[in-house]
Design a protein around this ligand. Structure first.
Ligand SMILES: N[C@@H](CCC(=O)N[C@@H](CS)C(=O)NCC(=O)O)C(=O)O
Length: 190
């Protein structure tokens, strides 16, 4: 997942992390043995133990890098930032449910109500970020999470967000100018 690749990049850990391909559709893929939920990203430590999900991996990588520059280790700001990181992650989670519904159900079997339910979550979360975007000059857990969520929406198109959120269009362009790790971690098909 791009968020973890960005965290690895901005914390200067590229030489210490090996990316392994996964195939979620392959029953012999080792991922479900590492993370019983069968979800990625999943980080394997040197001793073979697994760390997931992406937010926990971010905290682990901060510890490894000996910094708190992406997320404060304590204090009220930590709670605000964690909440906003979950809001950004939730955009991807709801977007993935839209995509899975469209991928795994024929058109006649799809639930319009379910799709609308998930799209409304994305819409409300985007509206909240549109009203109060992070500082695009700062790279932290929230801005990384939001940039990756918007990149995901651009790539997979579960909703058309750009027309509805001109402020976030501008925010993403500014953030990408300030943080080159965003472009460096662009998926090959994006
Ligand atoms: N909130 C989790 C989301 C993880 C997630 O849903 N990953 C997707 C890929 S983006 C996945 O593993 N999908 C396969 C599946 O759910 O079986 C995180 O941030 O790590």
């Amino acid at each position: 997942m791009r968020k973890v690749r960005m965290v690895v990049d901005v914390l200067g850990l590229v030489d210490r992390v090996t990316l392994l391909p996964i195939d979620a559709a392959d029953p012999n893929d080792p991922l479900p043995q590492q993370n019983p939920l069968g979800k990625y990203p999943c980080l394997l430590r040197a001793d073979g133990t697994a760390v997931y999900d992406s937010s926990v991996i971010l905290e682990f990588l901060q510890l490894v890098a000996g910094t708190d520059r992406l997320l404060p280790l304590d204090g009220p700001q930590r709670i605000d930032m964690l909440t906003r990181t979950r809001l950004a992650d939730g955009i991807i989670d709801a977007g993935a449910l839209v995509i899975y519904e469209e991928r795994y159900h024929d058109a006649a079997m799809r639930s319009k109500t379910w799709l609308e339910h998930q799209r409304s979550k994305i819409g409300r979360a985007l509206a909240m970020f549109e009203a109060a975007p992070p500082d695009p000059r700062r790279t932290d857990a929230v801005s990384i999470g939001l940039a990756c969520a918007l990149g995901f929406l651009d790539r997979r198109q579960p909703v058309a967000w750009r027309e509805a959120c001109p402020g976030l269009v501008h925010w993403l362009a500014s953030f990408a100018r300030n943080e080159p790790a965003f472009d460096r971690t662009r998926p090959p098909d994006a």
